[in-house]
Each structure stands twice: as C-alpha cells, then as structure tokens.
Design a protein around this ligand. Structure first.
Ligand code: ATP
Ligand code: MG
Length: 417
C-alpha cells in the first residue's frame, strides 16, 4: 500500500482523556479511532493487526478440531432466564434493548446459552459428541470503567469456544488440548514467555478452578502469585489457605506480580446443558448429561497488550506475526525523479514476491517520515535515499533487534522471506 493513499494520518497527540499507553499510541499512529469511552473504531492499519491476531487464533483453534461459526448479537431473554442469567441483579453488565412491541432483548455479552440452544438441535446420540465450536465476534459489556483503551472495551472482540463432552475424561482431554493451543497462540504473538496459566475462580456452580492466562505487566488489573519453578500461578481472588493447601504450595514460594488477563477457560460441568435440557442418548439408549467447557480469548485486548508490552516512547513495535505490513519502505527521493522511480520499482518487485509493503512515497521531510515509521512500528524497514544510492546499497533496519546496516536488495528479500 502506498502511504500517500492511506487516509489516516499520524498525529502528535492523543485525545486528552486517553490515559493508557496502548490507546494513546494506537490513536496517534492511526490504528484506532475513539468513538467514545471503551468503544473504538479499527482503522485500516488497526484492522490489519486485528485480523492477523484473529488468523493466529483461528489457525490454532482449527488445528485442535474447533469448528468456526457465528452467533447473533441480539439475544432472546427466554434462554437466559433458564440459567438465571437474565436478571440485572445477577448479571449487572448486560446491555438490553426492546422490540417495537415491547419484547426485551439482550445484546450478547457472552454466548454459553445460545451455543447450547443452537447446538442442542444437532446433539442426539453419543455419536454426535464430542464437539468443539467457536466464534470470533464483538461482545458488549456495560463495564463500569473503560479507561485502559483496548484492554477494557464496552464493545470488544472475543474468541469464545465451547466444548461438549460425554464423560469427565473426554472433557478433561478437550480442556487440556485447548489450554495447549492457548499457549501456542501467545507464543506466536510473542508474549508466551511472559504469560502464565493461572488458577482462578471457577464460578459459583463448580468446585473446580477456572484457568486464566495472565500476561505479566505492571499495568495489569489482576494481582497474581507466581512460582516459576513449579510453573504455578494463582489469582489473588482465590489466594486463601484453603487454595494453597489444595494446590500443595506454600505462600513463601510465591512471588506477587501484576497481570493482564488475556484468556480464561472454564469447566462448566453440566450447568448450562442441564438448564437448557440438552442431553444425549448413550449406547444403551439412556439419556445422559453433557459436560461443557468454555474458552475465551480477548482478541482486541491482545492488540492493546502487544502495544503495552512492546511499545517504546517512539512508538509501537509490532511482533512480525501481527504487523500490519511485513516491511516499511521509505523513500527519500526529495524531488529526484530517478530515485523515486527506483523506489517505486522496488515496491512493485517486493509485492510481486508476495511481501506486504507499506510504501512511504509521500513528499515529506526525512524527519517526519522516520518519526511516522517509528510510530507505526512495522519491524522491518528499508530506506532508499541519495546517501544509500551513493553507497550502492539499501539501508535495512530492524526495530526488534535495532540493527541498521547497508544491504543489497537480494539480501533484504532473503531476510523478508
Ligand atoms: P475481566 O476480569 O478482565 O473483566 P472477564 O473475566 O469478565 O474479564 P471473560 O468473560 O473471561 O472476561 O472473557 C474472556 C476474555 O475476554 C478475557 O480473558 C479477556 O481477555 C477478554 N475480555 C473480557 N472483558 C473484556 C473487555 N471489557 N474488553 C476487552 N477484552 C475483554
Ligand atoms: Mg475471565
């Protein structure tokens, strides 16, 4: 893409009421637009990153047998009444609306009930199970505070998966498979090393824990206790003597840290399937309950997390796996038509090789172009200028390794491939 065609522009300051690093950098670099507190538009650059995160999540969910579908945002109140989750006194962050005839509707904030309701139609016998199904969709939650940019939206993008199993054993197998896939997602996003599976509250209807995936960060809202050696982490919310005893771990062996919850998986037992009357017929023809699990990943939150973790005072530094473009080609032709032509040819050659390029072909000062490239944060950069022409090379730099060297076109293509 030619940067001269990109309608978004960088800006030197974010709106005054933006206090988080992620939203400030993302707004200044033109990735997101603030609609209102906790509600953000994904602009062309931002959407490319969001879609890249989705692609990784999708890929890992498909690999373990997840089947993608898409639920509806508008929700009938009846199915939520069956599980006692409609009442505002029970679930306090619903957005609700009404049909013209007065019928109340919910605006989807999670999707256990509708998944059970929809899939229930296709679950009859033991042969129909197990099932892993998921969606990537906008969720709506009336969050009390929305001051941390993409980390806490009132409208945000989540991947939510649901498993349906015949036995506890089968459920546990699926549950661990998903947990492994989550680690692969965080690894591919470059935060695997600083993300820990963390024991957390399982909810009111199970004695089991849920498992959160917490990425270490000083700005995290969660307090967790971590033992690196034993690979154990516990959320403060369940940090009691009883929990420690259950997990056979001593207080002194744990270190307190802050974390951002980037995923959460729950054993739901038979709570939702039973409440909605979905069972299966076993080999003997007897009706049996279905054991369920649910698995969330904060897709848009992760975009914010990557900026919080890798961003510097100069700008964003995207991990290669989600960068909006593979390489930023910056030409400093400054009116030299021959040089401009050479840069344009290079741009077209890179594209023909399947390399995604953002080409800064704007007539702007070198300082402005570099500052913008720093802000936008594409990890590989090529500069073509009078200086590089004199030396007979291209200037290649890598924002992750911070290396800058003169290289030939062939050498750079080799790196990018
Ligand atoms: P939190 O404790 O942060 O409010 P939650 O436990 O209510 O989150 P879940 O229902 O477990 O969230 O949702 C699954 C995942 O979706 C979370 O692990 C998180 O990554 C993401 N998520 C939840 N709420 C938001 C939000 N308001 N904005 C962005 N992402 C969110
Ligand atoms: Mg959670």
């Amino acid at each position: 893409m030619k940067q001269s065609q990109l309608f978004t522009k960088t800006r030197s300051e974010a709106p005054k009421d933006e206090v988080s690093k992620n939203s400030e950098l993302l707004i200044r670099a033109g990735f997101i637009h603030k609609e209102m507190a906790g509600v953000y538009v994904f602009l062309p650059l931002g959407l490319r990153v969001l879609e890249n995160v989705k692609k990784i999540v999708r890929d890992e969910m498909n690999k373990i047998g997840g089947q993608e579908m898409m639920m509806t945002t508008l929700q009938p109140k009846e199915i939520w009444e069956k599980t006692n989750r409609w009442d505002d006194a029970v679930v306090d962050n619903w957005f609700k609306t009404k049909l013209k005839n007065g019928t109340e509707l919910g605006v989807g904030l999670t999707h256990e009930e509708p998944f059970v309701d929809a899939l229930g139609e296709y679950i009859q016998s033991y042969k129909d199970l197990p099932i892993l199904a998921y969606q990537i969709q906008n969720k709506f939650r009336n969050e009390l505070r929305a001051k941390s940019g993409l980390l806490r939206g009132r409208e945000f993008v989540m991947k939510d998966m649901y498993s349906f199993a015949r036995t506890e054993e089968e459920h546990n197998m699926l549950y661990e498979k998903v947990a492994d896939a989550y680690y692969r997602v965080y690894d591919r996003l470059g935060v695997g090393q600083i993300t820990r599976r963390t024991f957390a509250d399982g909810g009111i209807f199970t004695k089991k824990f849920s498992d959160e995936f917490q990425t270490f960060s000083d700005i995290g809202e969660d307090t967790i206790y971590v033992n690196e050696e034993k690979k154990v982490a516990i959320n403060k919310e369940i940090f009691t003597d009883e929990t420690l005893e259950k997990l056979n771990i001593k207080k002194d062996d744990l270190v307190e840290k802050k974390g951002i919850e980037v995923g959460n998986i729950f054993p739901l037992e038979t709570k939702y399937t039973e409440a909605l009357g979905v069972r299966y017929k076993d080999e003997k023809g007897e009706m049996q309950p279905i054991i369920m699990g649910c698995y969330g990943i904060g897709i848009s939150r992760l975009v914010g997390v990557l900026v919080e973790i890798f961003g510097t005072e100069k700008g964003i530094v995207w991990p290669e796996s989600v960068s909006p473009f593979k390489v930023h080609l910056v030409e400093l032709s400054q009116g030299d038509e021959v040089l401009k032509k050479k840069a344009t040819d290079l741009y077209e050659e890179l594209i023909s090789k399947g390399i995604e390029v953002l080409f800064d072909d704007r007539d702007a000062r070198a300082g402005e172009k570099f500052a913008d490239a720093d802000l936008i944060g594409i990890p590989h950069r090529i500069v073509i200028s009078k200086k590089t022409e004199e030396k007979g090379v291209l200037e290649y730099s890598n924002r992750i390794t911070t290396e800058t060297t003169g290289k030939t076109k062939e050498e750079i293509i080799e790196i990018l491939k």
